[in-house]
Design a protein around this ligand. Structure first.
Ligand code: NCC
Length: 276
């Protein structure tokens, strides 16, 4: 079969994945109650158009990278889940413009989502591994984790912080693109937060640097830079089609292999920079 070029892949991503956050137009969110909670602007309106953006994976191999200053020099920085900056600034920077969190982090007591100051900086975006159909009502009645109750509770406690929910169609449209560009059948599990975050930034930024998603020479079994836990599956994937996601990013990378090796940095163009 025909193997798509980098340009074709980028255009496929741009055309097949509609990056959108929940608004109050579609049921069941078209109620007065939800109008009080959901932001009136969608995420891309809120962020506007940005030039250089950084996506910081939580991989253990970003330790000792000394990339903090470089990461902070971007116009916007996206981080994931419970990934901290304090104590790790010299490696991961301290700026947080967007934090993308999965619904497990929102729901489990362990992460203190409702009251930890970790989540208080920047714009929050949450997502839930909704059922494949991406039917909003079906999902609303039976999310993987209680994303809606936690979202409302967070908004009540932190009413001035911007907080979006990713439309579940995004993850499945992205899954389709991964599957269409992979030579084997992959499981119908959603892509990792990592690829979702990269895509989110590609939809609003001119250029995106993705750090330590494609492992550098610092590659290690250390799962996260902020924990002691070791498991190679964090980098290679178990539930998420992480290996296939990484192959995709490798194919659209416009930076050099040396940048990946030395810095763990991949460079991809934003959608607005493409001629499709
Ligand atoms: O681990 P996690 O992701 O929070 O990491 C964020 C993103 O960074 C990339 N990554 C991370 C570690 C590593 N060694 N290599 C990497 O490439 C991945 O792209 C990853 O998505 C998630 O995707 O939301 C995930 O969340 C965790 C977990 O829920 C949270 O960290 C909270 O502890 C999942 N782990 C478990 O469920 C046990 C993980 O599978 C994916």
């Amino acid at each position: 079969s025909h193997k798509r070029s980098a340009q074709e892949l980028l255009c496929q991503l741009r055309n097949q994945v509609k990056v959108q956050t929940l608004g109050t137009q579609q049921p069941p969110f078209n109620t007065q109650e939800w109008a009080m909670f959901l932001p009136s602007q969608n995420l891309s309106q809120e962020l506007g158009s940005l030039k250089n953006c950084a996506v910081v994976s939580s991989a253990g191999s970003i330790r000792n990278s000394h990339l903090g200053r470089e990461i902070d020099s971007h116009d916007a920085v996206l981080r994931f889940n419970a990934a901290p900056t304090s104590k790790y600034q010299s490696d991961v920077g301290k700026k947080t413009t967007v934090r993308l969190t999965n619904s497990q982090v929102m729901a489990s007591d362990e992460f203190r989502f409702l009251d930890s100051p970790l989540y208080g900086e920047g714009i929050l975006v949450a997502w839930d591994p909704a059922p494949y159909s991406a039917d909003l009502l079906e999902w609303y009645n039976k999310p993987d984790y209680p994303i809606f109750t936690r979202y409302k509770e967070y908004r009540r406690r932190h009413p001035s912080q911007s907080f979006h929910i990713l439309h579940p169609a995004v993850q499945w449209q992205l899954w389709e693109v991964i599957q269409e560009n992979t030579g084997e059948e992959i499981q119908r599990n959603p892509p990792s937060s990592g690829l979702l975050g990269a895509l989110l930034m590609m939809s609003v930024c001119e250029q995106v640097h993705i750090y330590e998603f494609l492992p550098s020479r610092r590659q290690t079994d250390l799962c996260h830079y902020y924990e002691k836990f070791q498991d190679a599956a964090c980098t290679m994937g178990a539930y998420h089609p992480l290996l296939f996601e990484k192959n995709l990013v490798k194919r659209i990378n416009q930076g050099s292999d040396l940048d990946i090796f030395q810095l763990g940095r991949a460079t991809v163009p934003g959608f607005q920079s493409l001629n499709c």
